[in-house]
Write a protein that binds this ligand. Sequence first.
Ligand SMILES: Nc1ncnc2c1ncn2[C@@H]1O[C@H](COP(=O)(O)OP(=O)(O)OP(=O)(O)O)[C@@H](O)[C@H]1O
Ligand SMILES: [Mg+2]
Length: 234
Amino acid sequence: MLLEVKDLTVDYGMVRALKEISFSVNEGEIVTLIGANGAGKTTTLKTISGLLKPVSGEIFFQGKRIDGLPGHQIVRMGVIHVPEGRKPFVDLTVEENLRLGAFTRDSGDISGALERVFKSFPRLRERLHQRAGTLSGGELQMLAMGRGLMAKPKLLMLDEPSMGLAPIMVEEIFSIIKEINQQGTAILLVEQNAFMALQIAHRAYVLETGAIVLAGRADELRDNPKVKAAYLGE
Ligand SMILES: Nc1ncnc2c1ncn2[C@@H]1O[C@H](COP(=O)(O)OP(=O)(O)OP(=O)(O)O)[C@@H](O)[C@H]1O
Ligand SMILES: [Mg+2]
């Protein structure tokens, strides 16, 4: 098991955002956490990456306990979080933003990492010297994911990569996520767009008001009547 989350509970002051949730991600998998607004998806990713401290529960990465570790140490272990909202440094170029993503690496393999990013995102090579503030929404998402890839993640955690994008761009982003996974990176994908997420994921968990209410293979959940009614609009 690559990532194991056990009975995780997280509060914001008096508000309980996660209630003893448990789930896992295996090597090579795409696992998706789907759920409506406020279900606790972002809270889950922030807690794994060390931005929030849980009230109780445990998080293991490659068998090592990581809850309680500082965020930079979790990043160094290969857990990379691409947050929702995809905010780059708008005054820096695409290239400068990408290079910042490699801050945990030796300078020697930065050019190799850049080539790897261009393989997934040829469009970023074309925009290399453009200021990030001038990119389209889809290109910004590509930059955010590309910056994450620069750190050579073992686990790439993506928070709502499809948010606010036109359907054709959503298709493109999801096919790139699938390709990144096929190159060997495990992915934890958080999405409100259950339809797309269930198409590329191997397994899925459904989060409702801080609790996991359903879990299983993505193709099984896609056929589940409750999932269809609540998340697929069928
Ligand atoms: N900083 C905060 N302070 C207090 N409550 C918060 C804070 N951040 C989130 N919450 C609450 O925690 C719950 C879970 O929020 P979270 O952002 O994890 O949901 P989400 O599933 O990511 O939703 P969305 O799909 O809208 O991004 C919500 O009820 C939210 O209002
Ligand atoms: Mg969120």
